[in-house]
Write a protein that binds this ligand. Structure first.
Ligand code: IPD
Ligand code: CA
Ligand code: CA
Length: 264
């Protein structure tokens, strides 16, 4: 395993331990509201501290972009961190959340880890070297038609989100696919596309730390991940379309006439 990936795995496992240990006492946690429907707990913060101290211990000069503590300057290497993706699920004891850590070099994704601490599932990728789940090589699914596809998405829940736009996107695929799931952790949803559990995924309004690791996992597993509307970098816009190449293509065609929120 690449040494930088190895460090990221160590960091993700430490964060996972913090999260799992806190789960039985979740009812007693102090919950802060960052904005309406957007929560943070001391567990998110503690998990993030463990990650940053692990990464900084090995790579003190690297820059950091982390959900709870923001940006720390450094050199051209940057760690993109979501210490607990799926906080709302975690707060409800709904067992679908993950730690997400990616490394970018001059903006290009190099390493990725998504760790589900409840199932002990570790998704990893290094650019150019493929993607793994618990050290076994993974590939995106072989589904060729939307009919047989299971898609993932994220529902709008922030006041700034456009419900109307989500409905328009949903309408284009709803009755053409086997099903659409909203599991509540974008990082894990993307990891599921990478290992073929989902055939495609879309969501708008995400942050770089929700998607960075998942996007590299998908590309290294033979899939595509890009901006939902422009085919640019989804980390720039927050709007992502991902899938195996066939399903990605069908979804892109199905969504072609839906304009980005704010431009229609
Ligand atoms: C959230 C999850 C969720 C997505 C939200 C994200 P958080 O991350 O990824 O699936 O729909 O947009 O904010 O806040 O739990 O880290
Ligand atoms: Ca997140
Ligand atoms: Ca988070």
């Amino acid at each position: 395993m690449h040494p930088m990936l190895n460090t990221a795995v160590k960091a993700a496992r430490r964060a996972g331990t913090v999260i799992v240990r806190a789960l039985p006492d979740v009812d007693r946690l102090r919950i802060e509201t960052k904005s309406r429907h957007d929560f943070v707990t001391e567990v998110d913060r503690r998990a993030e501290e463990r990650i940053i101290e692990t990464l900084k211990g090995a790579y003190p000069d690297h820059a950091i972009l982390a959900e709870e503590s923001g940006t720390a300057a450094g050199n051209e290497w940057q760690w993109v961190i979501d210490p607990l993706d799926g906080t709302t699920n975690f707060l409800h004891g709904f067992p679908q959340f993950a730690v997400s850590i990616a490394l970018r070099h001059r903006g290009r994704l190099e390493q990725a880890v998504v760790f589900d601490p409840l199932r002990d599932e570790l998704f990893t990728a290094t650019r150019g070297e493929g993607a793994q789940l618990n050290d076994r090589r993974i590939r995106v699914s072989r589904a060729v038609d939307l009919d047989a596809a299971l898609l993932g998405t994220g529902f709008p829940f922030r006041e700034s989100d456009s419900v109307a736009q989500w409905v328009r996107l949903f309408e284009r695929v709803a009755c053409q696919t086997s099903g659409v799931r909203r599991a509540g952790s974008a990082a894990l949803d993307l990891a599921y596309v990478a290992c073929g559990r989902l055939d495609g995924f879309w969501e708008t309004g995400l942050k770089p730390w929700d998607m960075a690791a998942g996007a590299l996992l998908i590309r290294e597993a033979g899939g595509l991940a890009s901006d939902l509307f422009t085919e640019g970098d989804p980390l720039d816009s927050g709007n992502i379309l991902a899938g195996n190449p066939r399903i990605y293509g069908h979804m892109r065609t199905a969504f072609a006439d839906v304009a980005p929120h704010g431009t229609d």
